[in-house]
Structure formats: C-alpha cells, structure tokens
Design a protein around this ligand. Sequence first.
Ligand SMILES: Cc1cc2nc3c(=O)[nH]c(=O)nc-3n(C[C@H](O)[C@H](O)[C@H](O)COP(=O)(O)OP(=O)(O)OC[C@H]3O[C@@H](n4cnc5c(N)ncnc54)[C@H](O)[C@@H]3O)c2cc1C
Length: 287
Amino acid sequence: MQALRYARASSVDEAVKMLSDGGPTARVLAGGTDIIVMARERRRTVELFVDVKHIEELMQLTYDARGLTVGAATPLHIIYNDANVLQHFPALAEAAHVIGGTAIQGRASLGGNLANSGPAGDSIPAQMAIGGVATVAGPSGRREVPITEFCTGPGQNVLQPGELIVSMHYPQPPAHSGQAWERFIPRNEMDIAVCNSASYIVLDGDVVTEARFALGAVAAKVLMVPDATAAVVGKRLTDETIAAAGEAAKATATPIDDMRGSIKQRKHLAKVLTERTLRRAAERARA
Ligand SMILES: Cc1cc2nc3c(=O)[nH]c(=O)nc-3n(C[C@H](O)[C@H](O)[C@H](O)COP(=O)(O)OP(=O)(O)OC[C@H]3O[C@@H](n4cnc5c(N)ncnc54)[C@H](O)[C@@H]3O)c2cc1C
C-alpha cells in the first residue's frame, strides 16, 4: 500500500477544493471497492483520498414525476431495494444487484462504477440505454454530461482535474416502455462480464417507436448500438426484427481475445444478450 492522506468532504464545494488542491494524485473515494484495490496494487498513484460518502447530495435517492436521481456515492443495495427503482428502472436494479456480492454492494456505488469507466463496468450499459445524465461539479461550476458521452476509453472519461460526479438522473420512462439488463460471466457470481447488454424500448401496439441498446466488454468502452436501433424503430417487433437487432449488435462489437472469452464468443454473446434483453424489455413494455 502507498502512504496516503485521507480527507472527508462534507459538501460538494469542499470536495472540489480538496481535489483541486490535491492535484492529479488526489482521488475521490466512494465505496473504495475499485480504487483501494488499485492503490494497493499500485495500478493508481494515490496521495490523497477525498471521501465523498458524507456529502448528503451524493448519498440521496429521489424519485418524482421527472424521474430518478441517484447520488453518485449511494450504495448499490439502497438502489436495488428501492421500490421505485424496481418498478420503473428494472435494468438499473438488475445491474446493481449483481455487482460484486452483498459486502461489495454495501459500499460500492453507481457513480464509482461509472467513474471507473471499465469497458465491462456492469451498470454502464444500463445507465446509457435508459438515457442517464450525470451532473458533474468542478472548479468552474456544474455541468451535465449524457452518460453515453461519459466514458472515452478503458479507465478514461470526460472528468477534468478537480471534478467529481454529484449524481445521475434517469428520465421517467414513458407508458408502454420497457428495459432490461443481462450479463454473461463464466461463474455464477463475482466475476467480470464476458459481455453485458441493456435494452430500452417504447412500443405503440406492436410497433417500436423508440429503442436504445448498449453493450459492454466488447470494445475499449461501453458501446451504444445505433444499427440495432435502426433495425427495430418504426417496425413491428417480431422474431425477425429481434434477430436483426441481435445481428447489428454482433456486427458492432469489436472485442478482444482474453482469458475470459474469445472474440467469436463475445460477438456471439453480443447477439444473444441483445436479443434476450430486447425480449424482456418488450414483455415489460406490454405488461
Ligand atoms: C470483489 C469485487 C467484485 C466486483 N464485482 C464487480 C462486478 O460484478 N461488476 C462490476 O462492474 N464491478 C465489480 N467490481 C468493481 C467495483 O465494485 C465497482 O466498479 C463499483 O461500482 C465501484 O464503486 P465504488 O463506489 O466502490 O468506487 P470507488 O472504488 O470508490 O471509485 C472507483 C473510481 O471512481 C472514482 N470515483 C468514485 N466516485 C466518484 C465520483 N462521485 N466522482 C468522480 N470520481 C469518482 C474513484 O476516484 C475511482 O477512480 C468488483 C470489485 C470487487 C472488489
């Protein structure tokens, strides 16, 4: 472990100041389930941890007619146990529910999963497909970043020096919409996804009026799949259109071979998981 300092921020402004004064080796500490491991293994140089778990705005979950706002450091168990999340944002609940195990979920946050910006980060496809927007605070004030534009590469994102994520907002899904998230891992739990997928659709009868698809672990960052959107919007949702969305996902995926899965397997999974999440999203839209 590196020698480091710890500071507890009690407001967003204070956290921004601590991060700005601390320079590039100052890091936000939320649940610590990624960053403490990385610091211990010296994969990240950390001289100052800025603990944000005592800032009320980062630990709140609010739901109203406009949608759901989740404080960036809110632990996962609060999220997936919330009745409004379960009813209106099931894709988010599904992803939050499988990150790590119970102990991890008591500390880990959606903001940490997003800021870690791993290509396989489990919540990121769900946060992107359901139209999430992150509120970021920094030395020049606050700004909003669509989550589809947040990650820029493996472990890289749009955060500038001194900035942190305050919260993520997910707009209220309209009537006759549905969403679903799923992943494939070699074991039953506690592993990194070989592929993960989220689908979001809005139906008018049998016709798809809106659709968004996201895929993780098949490229350097989580991907949206616009070709799958084009394959279903304006069409009746049939076995053929679902298969076309799956083929589009397979074609969009540009995975690598590694110890968890081959290129062929990951491309196949991109298709299978997109079809499955789309079918489940459609069931929910019709319910
Ligand atoms: C045993 C184990 C199992 C795991 N299983 C999974 C899994 O199944 N799926 C998965 O996706 N991940 C998994 N992870 C990784 C990790 O638990 C998740 O990525 C988690 O969501 C990170 O959240 P955190 O609050 O702990 O982040 P932290 O570790 O506190 O932070 C992660 C990174 O984000 C930055 N950060 C945190 N919050 C903010 C913020 N508000 N603003 C700006 N930057 C911020 C930190 O500085 C750090 O760089 C696992 C980890 C462990 C140890």
